[in-house]
Design a protein around this ligand. Structure first.
Ligand SMILES: NC(=O)c1ccc[n+]([C@@H]2O[C@H](COP(=O)([O-])OP(=O)(O)OC[C@H]3O[C@@H](n4cnc5c(N)ncnc54)[C@H](O)[C@@H]3O)[C@@H](O)[C@H]2O)c1
Length: 330
């Protein structure tokens, strides 16, 4: 078992720390007694996500934008490790406004790399994405076999990987990229046009509204519970295996679930709180542009090089997530 205690008193910057994944990482790092700085511009993140940590003396917040290099330089001062989560997520958002997604996800990423390099950051772990597999139909997805990107968002996330690779070659700067696969769990925002499918469906069902599934519901995803993602980030930060650095890793559970099955599980778990939910009808709509039909990760590389062993199956995570939404948002 890896010694996560080595993070105690380390200075760790979490960009996007007010967002879904970032705020969960902030909480975990504070549990491990690290000093944590969150850099966020609150464009999609929420101050509510930080209520549990605001009073912690080891936590500080810098409100600012990664599109500004000076802000990134300031944030990286005296920092040992960076977890870079700040980005504009969502494929449809990037289709509607590719310029802003590119500015934040590519320009902001490059600023963060430069600032981290200039300030002697020891390791830069960043949020990559399963969207990088693009039009490759191969299943399961293996890290070095990718297709062509299907959206502006996918391009931005792939460019991140290219920059990280070039920063190793040209400046000997160490990074690890984590290709997240459809992450879900506590604190994920259920509201707004670009909400992810699980929290959106949960809220609709809780409100007795019919959820709309895009397509026939047979598209599948490797839905990944937040605690598996936290584990991967901590493993990436603490890995003492030189061979594990400067790679990208699938960050997933390694099983796929169709949207129809997802809906069944959600209804089953939510009807334990409210039996009427079992009878809610689902509406089927059009397929969405830029969506890949199926997604399933091979997690062999992470198992081998990072000793990753995911603790939550999709169903176990979904049960936890549903309870959290019921307790916090009902
Ligand atoms: N959630 C998923 O399933 C998933 C899948 C693949 C990759 N990712 C990646 O993981 C990371 C975190 O995603 P999330 O789901 O927590 O999203 P999120 O929107 O909840 O969090 C992103 C955070 O970044 C902040 N941010 C955005 N633009 C910024 C800017 N210009 N300057 C400073 N802060 C800024 C937002 O305010 C927000 O707090 C992102 O990089 C995303 O692309 C997420």
């Amino acid at each position: 078992m890896r010694n996560f205690g080595i993070l105690k008193d380390k200075n760790i910057l979490v960009t996007g720390g007010a967002g879904f994944i970032g705020s969960n990482l902030v909480e975990k790092l504070l549990e491990l007694e690290a000093n944590v700085l969150c850099l966020d511009n609150f464009s999609t993140g929420r101050i509510d996500n930080l209520v549990n940590v605001n009073d912690n003396p080891k936590f500080s917040l810098l409100e600012g934008d990664i599109r500004d290099l000076e802000t990134c330089q300031k944030a990286c001062k005296n920092i040992d490790f960076v977890l870079h989560e700040a980005a504009l997520g969502s494929v449809p958002r990037s289709i509607n406004d590719p310029v802003t997604s590119n500015d934040v996800n590519v320009g902001g990423f490059l600023n963060m790399l430069v600032a981290a390099r200039d300030n002697g950051v020891k390791r830069f772990v960043y949020a990559a994405s399963s969207s990088t597999y693009g039009d490759s139909e191969e299943l399961p997805k293996i890290e070095d076999r990718i297709g062509k990107p299907l959206s502006p968002y996918a391009i931005t996330k792939y460019v991140n990987e290219l920059y990280a690779d070039v920063f190793k070659r040209t400046y000997n700067f160490d990074t690890i990229g984590l290709r997240y696969f459809n992450v879900f769990g506590r604190k994920q925002n259920p509201n707004g046009a670009y909400a992810a499918v699980i929290p959106k469906f949960v809220i609709q069902l809780m409100n007795h509204e019919s959820p709309v599934i895009n397509g026939d519901g047979e598209y599948s995803r490797d839905f990944t519970y937040i605690d598996n993602v936290i584990l991967m980030n901590i493993l990436a930060l603490t890995s003492d295996n030189e061979n594990s650095l400067n790679h990208v890793y699938n960050t997933a559970f390694g099983e796929r679930t169709t949207l129809n099955h997802l809906m069944e599980y959600l209804k089953e778990y939510l009807s334990e709180f409210d039996p009427k939910i079992a009878d809610i009808e689902v509406i089927y709509g059009e397929n969405r542009k830029g969506d890949v039909p199926h997604s399933l990760a091979s997690i062999d590389k992470a198992k081998k090089l990072l000793n990753y062993n995911p603790t939550y199956s999709m169903r176990a995570g979904l049960k936890e997530a549903v309870s959290w939404y019921w307790e916090n948002l009902k």
